[in-house]
Design a protein around this ligand. Sequence first.
Ligand code: 6PG
Length: 242
Amino acid sequence: MKMDTRVFPDLDALSRAALEELLRIMQEAVRERGRFAIALAGGRTPASLYALWADAKNHGAPTPWDRVHLFWSDERYVGHDDPRSNYGIARKALVARVPIPQANVHPMPTGAAQPTEAAQAYEAELRKFFGAAPPAFDLQLLGLGIEGHTASLFPGSPALEEQRRWVAAVEAPAEPPQRLTLTPVVLNQGRNTFFLVAGREKREIVAALRRESESQPSPYPAARIRPAGRVLWFLDEAAGGC
Ligand code: 6PG
């Protein structure tokens, strides 16, 4: 599989490079469309990028937080104060540390009794913000699981075949099992997509993705996300060094 990869010595260097590219895309989006809509990734890897972004006020052009809208590419179906919450991780590293208007922060809701209701509610929020066509995020951040999942799209998940819904409630073979995830209907619209991948445990799946042929459907969800726009892979040496 063709991958536009950039390999860095460690997670800090990876995160700094990804932030620099994020800020460039942000400036361009604000200039051209008056706002920057980003879908944040969950998991541990992006937390250092979020913290650097919160600190970025110390250098470079300041972020126009009133023009920035934060969404999430997936969420574990737990309370936002639960340490496993993707929103909770980003709130601690970024949201609570910057002057972003509360109305610009769009966490996936996890309070409904049925996750399917929450998925429908998030889709309604996306439609309210983007309009009726599947949304094209200016930037979507994604991670990679060791078996090739991305967002909360796991191998063999019916959500991978979704053609209509923008947000799906899924049962994941991971803890916690109940999750919400953007579907390929949305993720394949992204103007820019960054995969952020670090750590020795990701080496095998990165090598497997590199070996994937372009001619047949891949078992790996990360290889099934083919956004219309640019896709960049930010890897540390441990995960992606040849
Ligand atoms: C999640 C994520 C998921 C994550 C990968 C990598 O909710 O778990 O969105 O797709 O990006 O599992 O996670 P790490 O960055 O923690 O390795």
